[in-house]
Write a protein that binds this ligand. Structure first.
Ligand code: HEM
Ligand code: MTE
Ligand code: MO
Length: 478
């Protein structure tokens, strides 16, 4: 083997532009990645590491903690880093941007630790109509920001009065406090069902990236009108952009937008929430303030809200423009054009089976099999029916819908178009005679008579979002 040249950090640093070449270090090795820059799936940001170490960036973007990424990198190796510089780097890498993340519940199933992404065991999900905050799924793209409630300011931009700045106390005391019970679902919920058909890119969520909570706070519309929203702005503005206080290494915050109409509508129930389930928001769920956009994909419910911008255009951020969009099963990574598809807002009708568990056993002496699950639809469309089958969809039974499971949370029948909360459902179905395997299936119907597609292939998409095919669970009878 030819021994590779040894470089100092200083030499590596000189290679930080496309004309001088782009070099980076990783784990004590030196790489010339000039030719890779143009084909990097994460785009231009790769240049941030030019002339320096990859570690601080890769610790922020967990997608790189995969074997195939290491393989790509190894193809560009040109040398090793001088021992003394290696030591310096190791010391610097000990600063972990996630070190201030909060403690989490041990029952959560972790999909990625840094950033933290986790869901509860699905069986626990239907134990209570209101999901306990500690078990509510968490979807973080970045480290949890540390926010001092006394220094917190919510900036409102795009109104005639210029930038407005509201304290936490103002939000709490100057506006009426509203409470809504709303389900939040990640657009990637059930991605693992999609990746069984063909690999997709993204966190491998099971079917518990969904939860139902009470959210309390000021209505966004009240705050906007208070800050001077009026006909002059309404004539031009079309979107409300949100920015989180969580930033990537370049200082770019998490950002998305929703249609202005949704934000202004009295029936839209969009909140600047400071409470979840009657307590201040937990750190993972957006302390001290998050947006709740009922009926809309989790991604638009911005946590650690720092800024609201009234605008003619959608958010320019990655998560609005180049992520959280749906595509044809025929679209691949060579042909995908993110500009061609609208951002996901309202989600389609969804349901899943939490009991029985896939692969479990049912005793033949039991005459019935108890089936339980959740059902929900986006856009305030109420789930009006859930059909359940134990023979793979040949025969169907109608499940009993529960608006709420506990007396403490009386959920009155929602107004039409404002059904933001899920329904839990259950049914006891007679065991079919002689059956050795049951294929338990559920599908929900919403108030617009939308229902779920029977299988994944026709809705498969490269990013694995919007997976709402019939949920199927197999159990053995013994
Ligand atoms: C995604 C390689 C540097 C940010 C990816 C993926 C690969 C890759 C293979 C796709 C992973 C997957 O989804 O399976 C590399 C290599 C790098 C490098 C070889 C260095 C030589 C960086 C740097 C940053 C970065 C320095 C940030 C400053 C991202 C992001 C994605 C990504 C945000 C996700 C893109 C998306 O899913 O939309 N990278 N990367 N990468 N990379 Fe890098
Ligand atoms: N807001 C900020 N600031 N940063 C984020 O990473 N993730 C979004 C959304 N809001 C995110 C965010 C996504 S994709 C989802 S699904 C929901 O938050 C998840 O909310 P939860 O973690 O409270 O369940
Ligand atoms: Mo999400």
């Amino acid at each position: 083997t030819v021994s590779l040249p040894v470089y100092t950090q200083e030499e590596v640093m000189k290679h930080c532009s496309l004309d001088k070449g782009i070099w980076v270090t990783y784990n004590g090795d030196v790489y010339d990645i000039t030719d890779f820059v143009a084909i990097h799936p994460g785009g231009n940001r790769i240049l941030l590491a030019a002339g320096g170490a990859l570690e601080p960036f890769w610790s922020l973007y967990a997608v790189h903690r995969q074997e195939h990424v290491q393989e790509i990198l190894s193809g560009y190796k040109v040398g090793v880093l001088q021992a003394e510089d290696c030591k310096k780097q190791e010391a610097a890498n000990l600063v972990d941007p996630y070190s201030t993340d909060p403690p989490r519940h041990p029952a959560l199933i972790v999909n990625s630790l840094k950033p933290f992404n986790a869901e509860p065991p699905p069986g626990l999900l239907t134990d209570s109509y209101i999901t306990p905050s500690a078990l509510f799924f968490t979807r973080n793209h970045l480290p949890v920001p540390q926010v001092d409630p006394n220094k917190y300011r919510l900036k409102i931009e795009g109104l005639p009065s210029g930038t407005m700045s509201l304290t936490l106390n103002t939000l709490k005391s100057n506006f009426p406090k509203y409470t809504v019970i709303a389900t939040i679902q990640c657009a990637g919920n059930r991605r693992s069902d999609m990746s069984k058909v063909k690999p997709v890119k993204g966190l491998n969520w099971g079917f518990a990236a969904i939860g139902n909570a009470t959210w309390s706070g000021a209505r966004l519309r009240d705050v906007l009108y208070h800050c001077g929203f009026g006909p002059e702005v309404a004539a031009k503005a079309r979107h409300v952009q949100f920015e989180g206080l969580d930033c990537d290494v370049t200082g770019m915050p998490y950002g998305v937008s929703i249609p202005l109409n949704k934000a202004l509508s009295e029936e839209g129930d969009v909140l600047l929430a400071y409470e979840m389930n009657g307590e201040e928001l937990p750190a993972d769920h957006g302390y001290p303030v998050r947006v709740i956009v009922p009926g809309v994909a989790g991604a638009r419910n911005v946590k650690w809200l720092g800024k609201v911008v009234i605008s003619e255009v959608e958010s320019e951020c990655h998560w609005q423009q180049n992520d959280y969009k749906g595509f044809s099963p025929g679209t691949n990574w060579d042909t995908v054009d993110y500009k061609s598809a609208p951002a996901i807002q309202e989600l389609p009708v969804q349901s899943a089976i939490t009991q029985p568990v896939d692969g479990s056993l049912v005793d033949r002496r039991m005459e019935e099999v108890n089936v339980k699950g959740y059902a929900w639809s986006g856009g305030g469309r109420e789930v009006v029916r859930v059909d359940v089958s134990v023979d793979g969809g040949k025969t169907w039974h109608v499940a009993k819908l529960r608006d709420n499971g506990e007396d403490e949370f009386p959920a009155p029948s929602p107004q039409p178009g404002r059904a933001w909360a899920w329904k839990l459902w259950e049914i006891a179905i007679p065991l079919p005679e002689g059956a050795e395997v049951l294929e338990v299936v559920c599908k929900a119907v919403d108030s617009s008579y939308n229902t779920q597609p029977d299988s994944v292939p026709p809705i498969w998409n490269l990013r694995g979002v919007l997976c709402n095919a019939w949920h199927r669970v197999k159990v053995k009878v013994n």
